[in-house]
Design a protein around this ligand. Structure first.
Ligand code: ASP
Ligand code: SER
Ligand code: ZN
Length: 601
């Protein structure tokens, strides 16, 4: 994810049909938004610095200070957004009108007007993220404690059902204490959103897409319908292979237990690739092993990422990036290890916060995070209001687009791989990618399907966990691990064991990014003159593709996202045909493998 630091500009009054003040003038509106931008920028920098220290050194004090400065920045934004209603309906130049609109739209949380409630809300949000960051599973006393990185390694590598279940259950216990706070957070966040004219906090999140919130929900349904056949085929194939491996723990026509898919949240499944690799089409290399063989260290990992962006013609990262980032997990203190890219002053002070491990997965995550940082630098020349991505899915898609260019041929070019496998291995390559990108699609949907219903009250606190697993089953076709007499219940709070839920980060952006990155990749590959299959196209070193990408990045959010999409992909619609094109040969292969076997659950 990316942390939007400075200038938390935003919130929605769009729904509030307040009449303009008859005395308000366009000149006043321009001055108002200019002043707001300057003031919020300063408050944003203060809160970003405090957040940085808190995230890289979790203590009661750093949490308290960060909560206080976040509160100040958010409350100021809310106040400006409320004042801005006096310009509603006034005829304004396009730039001022867009800035005023964005002012009302970019908060992910709005503090209520009551001072005590405002303080309580920011304290709760900071505290939940801290609890997640400090989370450990200690089966038998302090010496036995394991953190998320260690538990994730078990999920990724172990094939022992007992060890998997234990690691899964151990991690999912860290969020039990978050539950009470979460209930209160939902109440207060809704209150803040309502005071800004939204129906609830979920409605506020859905209003950020340059289209009516209901139309946005319809777009999501349309995109999901486009990709669902691919997911069903992948799910059925994986289930068959896991059934062969684990027996009836994986029922042939049912949901797959969540702890058997190689990832703590079953959100991407590439770690179980070795279990399901096609016999004749395995490309025969593993990026983790390649990195280890060359003794790659954290710095080289980041340099590979930076090198890709500069090969496209973008400027290298500033010296301060290397001085101020957190690259490794400190041994002596708690930090929030969940990777993120920061933009402290929205100018040059970009940073990475990550506990880098030398794995293929983290190799991709580095590219993902640097995508945020290069986007941030590209739009830093715009007025403060426009220093963000076209929509939040764009921000999440940029680094992933670059990572789609990490082809075998590219790995050869940078000296990690000796020889690229020929096209007879493409099914293996595609299957590996599908475990990452296709497996993720329903997960990308599910988190906010759950949260939107929680914010609207359709899912009440006494059904949090039950509803969570119903949605996980419905979209992903996965089930909680075999309970061994202890089924998941309402004492558990399984959604809170996912970072973005505990930390109030919207999630639909990742679903959008999963679709968009293939649109971007297809368009940039064309610009680079690649005519081969999409999974073999790499834009590395191609200045035409770089210029096309940069033209979109430099727009920031100065124009509706549809225009940014048009700039890079020549269309104004999000479109899943690119991801379907990319995986078309795999879909055909999967359907052959699945013949005579049940589809769905
Ligand atoms: N890039 C991821 C995200 O956006 C971070 C991660 O998976 O490590 O949340
Ligand atoms: N980075 C996001 C996550 O961790 C999406 O992959 O969930
Ligand atoms: Zn991200």
């Amino acid at each position: 994810m990316k942390i939007r630091a400075a200038a938390c500009i935003a919130c929605t009054l769009a729904a509030m049909a307040l009449a303009a003040d008859p005395k308000a003038t366009p000149e006043e509106a321009r001055k108002f938004i200019h002043d707001a931008e300057q003031k919020l920028l300063l408050l944003g920098v203060d809160s970003a610095r405090a957040d940085w220290i808190k995230s890289t050194y979790i203590t009661d004090d750093t949490e308290a200070i960060a909560a206080k400065l976040d509160e100040k920045a958010i409350a100021a934004t809310v106040a400006y957004a409320k004042q801005a209603t006096r310009f509603d309906g006034l005829k304004l130049d396009a730039e001022t009108a867009r800035k005023l609109k964005l002012l009302k739209l970019s908060l992910t949380i709005a503090t209520p007007a009551d001072a005590r409630e405002s303080e309580e809300l920011t304290r709760i949000v900071t505290g939940m993220e801290g609890t997640y960051g400090k989370g450990k599973y200690c089966p038998s006393g302090p010496a036995s404690c394991r953190d998320l990185e260690e538990l994730s390694k078990i999920l990724a590598e172990s094939r022992d059902p007992k060890a998997l279940r234990d690691a899964w259950t151990g991690w999912h216990a860290i969020s039990k204490p978050i539950r009470q706070d979460f209930v209160r957070y939902v109440d207060l966040a809704n209150k803040g959103a309502r005071q800004l004219g939204f129906k609830d906090n979920g409605a506020m999140w859905r209003s950020k897409y340059d289209m009516a919130p209901d139309d946005f929900s319809k777009e999501l349904d349309r995109l999901w319908d486009q990709v669902k056949p691919l997911y069903l085929s992948l799910h059925a194939y994986v289930r068959n292979r896991l059934h062969e491996k684990y027996g009836d723990a994986v029922p042939p026509g049912g949901a797959i237990p969540a702890d058997l898919l190689g990832n703590m949240w079953a959100q991407d499944w590439d770690n179980i690739y070795p279990l399901i690799a096609p016999a004749n089409a395995d490309p025969g290399y593993d990026v983790t092993a390649l990195l280890k063989k060359r003794n790659t260290d954290w710095k080289q990992m980041v340099k590979y990422g930076e090198g890709f962006f500069t090969s496209l013609g973008l400027a290298p990262l500033p010296e301060t990036f290397w001085e101020r980032s957190l690259f490794l997990k400190p041994k002596d203190r708690d930090v929030v290890c969940h990777a993120s890219a920061w933009d402290i002053d929205t100018l040059n002070d970009v940073r990475l916060k990550m506990c880098i491990q030398i794995t293929g997965e983290d190799f991709l995550t580095v590219h993902h995070e640097l995508g945020h940082n290069f986007y941030q630098r590209a739009y830093s020349k715009l007025p403060p209001s426009f220093r963000d991505s076209a929509n939040d899915g764009f921000h999440e898609a940029v680094g992933d687009t670059i990572a789609l260019s990490i082809t075998p041929e590219y790995l050869v070019k940078i000296g990690l791989l000796d020889r690229a496998p020929d096209t007879s291995k493409d099914i293996g390559l595609l299957l590996h990618k599908a475990l990452e990108k296709i497996a993720f699609l329903p997960f990308g949907l599910v988190i906010d399907q759950w949260r939107w219903k929680v914010f609207s009250g359709e899912i009440p606190p006494e059904k949090y966990n039950q509803a969570w697993w119903q949605l996980r089953q419905k979209y992903q076709g996965i089930a909680p691990p075999d309970p061994e007499g202890a089924p998941r219940g309402e004492a558990d709070f399984d959604p809170g064991a996912k970072y973005h839920v505990a930390a109030n980060v919207p999630y639909m952006r990742y679903f959008l990014a999963d679709i968009l990155q293939f649109q971007f990749h297809r368009a940039l590959s064309q610009a680079a003159g690649c005519t081969g299959p999409l999974n073999r196209c790499s834009i590395y070193g191609n200045k035409e593709a770089g210029a096309k990408l940069n033209a979109m990045l430099e727009m920031g959010q100065s124009r509706p996202w549809q225009e940014a999409l048009e700039k890079i992909a020549g269309t104004r619609q999000m479109d899943a045909t690119a991801i379907r094109d990319y995986f078309a040969p795999l879909q055909k292969w999967l359907d052959e493998q699945n013949q005579g076997k049940p589809l769905g659950w």
